[in-house]
Design a protein around this ligand. Structure first.
Ligand code: HEM
Length: 512
């Protein structure tokens, strides 16, 4: 039963202004801190200060804390009353709603702004997806960030009910006949903007490791089967993965072969009777590897590369890799020492073209990662804008300092430019044939340059960045953004790839 709150005047609160009898007003709510003062993480002295004890301490409080401190049950119960004739106006995290903070949302979600890219259906879809991620996924993400476990099966199951696992693979035949988000989008109308919306809403859960744990392995491990697997293989594996009964990952990288895919050393040779593959090798940095049931594995075979789907079985062992991502859901070692087994080849023609099976989804993978990191940057900017407005130094908000504004300006320009370019690329993807032209590949490779994001991370940390207090999200972003610089190919390799692709398109007769 909730406690009854008294209506109190400012004068009544002012009577409680000393050690042992200590009340404060924060945002028109009255808190009794008499017994809490000794437990206060910021110390007792700051609370008995004459400008705080018995006073309206709203500004002092928000200059040092996030709003959510007051929402924690152990602190919310310190409230004893409300100030007569005043109303609380401060809001914290909005569940399912749109942020009013400038640049807190992309322009298509900003009041008074327009976008040529998003239809009414995209907007309705975004609303529903945000509500789902805020209500169902966010609490799990926060809890797993603390206990270091992977996302709960309950979340996987709820996503499966809406067919979100299938939608995360983008538009295509795999959606045929499925009810998408309870019929909100027709399978044939689902496009890359719907997929962008899912990825950008997902990343708002604020935990980078968790986001990958939410079946990032499937996003890259299943497409080779969808695109090149035999009908029997698809009929067995795809429904298992879409219903989250089984998990899949992509096992390509090795300790000595990251961006250099052809440098892989894992081998697959046929057994004497020619019926089975015998596979040997070690894979590393395999997203979701340690809980995967299937491994879409790149192997060296006689005369080329072959992609083979290995089910978890005797001879396959996996071990998580500890990294800066706290949730236990990202990368792992996979040791493959197989006797003749039931592994199945995924073919796109002759065995030598296994590399095309591997590469075929790389650009989509890079685009997904750009969607995610661009949105993560927006979230961080929102944190910073809030903080530089509420945090005071030299008697004024941080935002009154020109140098702080200049940093924010640089981040705004970078982020809005990225989102604008990303939406343009997404529009081209919606309207081009399955085989993207070089120019689009160049765009995706160049967009993958995440140097900008790392600079934002560094600047944000200067504004707000203590994991225990004001800036856990910023600290998390700063700690984990480095991963985004190597996924789908190291950023320098991709940057170079973009320029090489552009050079290939140079007209032979172009001269100054
Ligand atoms: C309901 C009232 C309050 C509660 C529940 C509360 C709670 C907390 C908590 C949990 C922290 C640890 C850091 C964090 O999680 O943000 C903290 C730190 C702190 N608090 Fe409070 N606090 C309250 C009021 C105040 C007030 C009125 C002041 C006055 C100036 C104050 C000054 C500080 C300081 C200086 C720190 C240390 C900040 C830092 O290390 O950066 N607190 N408080």
């Amino acid at each position: 039963m909730s406690k009854e709150l008294k209506e109190l005047t400012q004068e009544q609160v002012q009577q409680h202004n000393k050690d042992g009898d200590l009340w404060v007003i924060i945002d028109a709510k009255v808190y009794d801190l008499s017994r809490f003062a000794d437990l206060h993480p910021g110390g007792r002295a700051v609370l008995v200060d004459s400008e705080v004890a018995g006073q309206d301490a709203t500004e002092a409080f928000y200059g040092l804390h996030r709003h959510e401190v007051l929402e924690r049950p152990q602190y919310a119960r310190l409230q004893v009353g409300v100030v007569r004739g005043e109303k609380s106006v401060i809001t914290g995290r909005l569940i399912g709603g749109l942020s009013k903070v400038p640049y807190g949302e992309p322009t298509y979600l900003t009041e008074g702004f327009h976008s040529p890219y998003y239809t009414e259906n995209h907007r309705v879809f975004q609303k529903a997806v945000r509500k789902f991620f805020d209500e169902v996924v966010y609490p799990d993400a926060q809890a797993r960030e603390l206990d270091g476990k992977r996302p709960s099966q309950e979340v996987f199951d709820k996503m499966a009910e809406l067919n979100l696992h299938a939608m995360r693979l983008g538009p295509g035949k795999h959606l045929k006949g499925l009810s998408l988000f309870n019929g909100l989008v027709k399978p044939e109308e689902f496009d890359y903007f719907h997929e962008l919306i899912i990825t950008q809403e997902l990343i708002r859960t604020g935990s980078r490791g968790y986001a990958d744990g939410l079946l990032g392995g499937k996003v890259i491990g299943l497409p080779p089967i969808l695109n090149f697997g035999s009908p029997e293989l698809k009929a067995k594996v795809v429904p298992e993965v879409f219903s989250a009964k089984k998990f899949i990952c992509l096992a390509i990288s090795e300790a000595h072969a990251g961006s250099d895919v052809l440098g892989m050393k894992t081998t697959a040779v046929k057994s004497e009777d020619g019926k089975y593959w015998i596979i040997n090798g070690e894979k590393k940095w395999i997203t979701n590897g340690h809980f995967a049931d299937y491994f879409t594995t790149g192997c060296k075979t006689e005369g080329g590369l072959t992609v083979i789907l290995i089910p978890r079985q005797e001879g396959v062992t996996t071990k998580p890799i500890k990294s800066l991502l706290l949730s236990d859901c990202r990368n792992s070692f996979c040791h493959l020492r197989q006797r003749p087994s039931s592994s199945r080849e995924i073919r796109s023609g002759p065995r030598t073209v296994g590399i095309f099976v591997i590469l075929s989804n790389f650009n989509h993978e890079r685009w997904v990662m750009i969607c995610a990191s661009t949105r993560a940057q927006r979230m961080i900017m929102e944190e910073c804008l809030k903080w530089i407005s509420q945090r005071k130094a030299f008697g004024k908000p941080l935002s009154s300092q020109a140098v702080v504004r200049s940093q924010s300006g640089a981040d705004e320009r970078a982020r809005e430019a990225l989102q604008g370019w990303l939406e343009n690329v997404t529009y081209q993807m919606c309207n081009m044939q399955a085989c993207w032209p070089d120019r689009l590949l160049e765009d995706v490779a160049a967009l993958s340059m995440r140097k900008i994001l790392r600079e934002t991370a560094y600047r944000s940390l200067e504004d707000v960045g203590s994991p225990d207090g004001d800036g856990p999200l910023v600290e998390h972003y700063h700690r984990t953004i480095g991963f985004d610089s190597i996924l789908g190919g190291a950023e320098d390799v991709l940057g170079d790839l973009g320029v090489r692709q552009a050079m290939r398109m140079m007209p032979k007769n172009a001269r100054l």
